[in-house]
Design a protein around this ligand. Structure first.
Ligand code: CTP
Ligand code: CA
Length: 237
């Protein structure tokens, strides 16, 4: 099963990985969602398991992906459900990777019945902010509710704008979130979403910055796991 070239360096480590997009319901048939395919999170779960880790994958909406071999898969729909599954497992986890595309906002009202159209035209959809799961993990670790030895890894899909490049946005987000590693993907022009290839950087809280050249999500996954082993008191690559 396990490709011969892979290191077997994650034995004894528990990984908790989120993947895919959350869906925030409006009524029984409609939701606010996003285009996340889940491929990067699934590739990470597969690679970590192949390298010997015990892996739990918390999956939202994804493309049609097969469950990675030897991985416990838990399905969620909303950001609130994802938050619950992650926070309850994080204290017994060595490495948490938030690769899911979490909806920043959810509708304030969930209609029990299907919303009907009327002659008055559409009513505005009122939104409220979802909790930031990644930032919450960092806060919980600072508060001693999660061990200091638990590594916390985030993802960011960024586009440049007229003022800042992708890397500037990534550095600012790493500082804001307070996680140990932030994997920054350059998006736009059809990059990343639903594609099999990514490009970007791995930024470490200590200041290390590793460029990720264009490569498959499988290759990206092994680079990300390599960067995690460098962080670990019990690892080292
Ligand atoms: N994330 C999270 N909870 C949220 C939103 C995001 O845990 N409510 C996590 C994502 O899984 C990802 C990281 O935070 O690992 C960065 O997500 P991103 O959407 O890039 O960051 P935001 O802080 O939401 O900033 P932005 O305004 O750029 O969307
Ligand atoms: Ca966001």
């Amino acid at each position: 099963e396990r490709p011969e070239a892979l290191p077997y360096d994650l034995v004894g480590l528990k990984f908790l990985i989120s993947a895919g997009g959350t869906r925030e319901p409006l009524d029984p048939v409609r939701y606010l969602g996003n285009r996340s395919s889940g491929k990067q999170g699934y590739a990470l779960a597969r690679a970590a398991a192949q390298r010997g880790a015990q892996v739990t994958l918390v999956a939202g909406a994804t493309a049609d992906l097969a469950d990675p071999a030897g991985v416990e898969v838990i399905r969620i729909a909303t950001a609130a459900q994802l938050s619950e599954e992650i926070s309850k497992r994080a204290p017994e986890t060595d490495v948490v990777i938030m690769a899911a595309a979490v909806a920043d906002f959810r509708p304030v009202h969930l209609s029990g019945a299907k919303i009907k159209k009327s002659d008055k035209g559409p009513a505005p959809i009122e939104l409220t902010t979802n909790p930031d799961i990644l930032a919450g993990l960092v806060r919980a670790r600072r508060a001693g509710e999660i061990p200091d030895t638990t590594s916390i890894v985030g993802f960011a899909a960024e586009t440049g704008d007229e003022h800042h490049g992708v890397l500037d946005h990534g550095r600012a987000k790493l500082a804001r979130k307070g996680c140990d590693l932030l994997v920054v993907n350059a998006v736009g022009d059809g990059k990343a979403f639903g594609m099999d290839h990514n490009t970007g950087w791995i930024l470490a809280a200590g200041g290390d910055e590793t460029a990720l050249p264009l490569g498959s999500k499988t290759l990206m996954a092994s680079r990300i796991l390599d960067a995690i082993t460098v962080l670990r008191p019990d690892g080292g690559g």
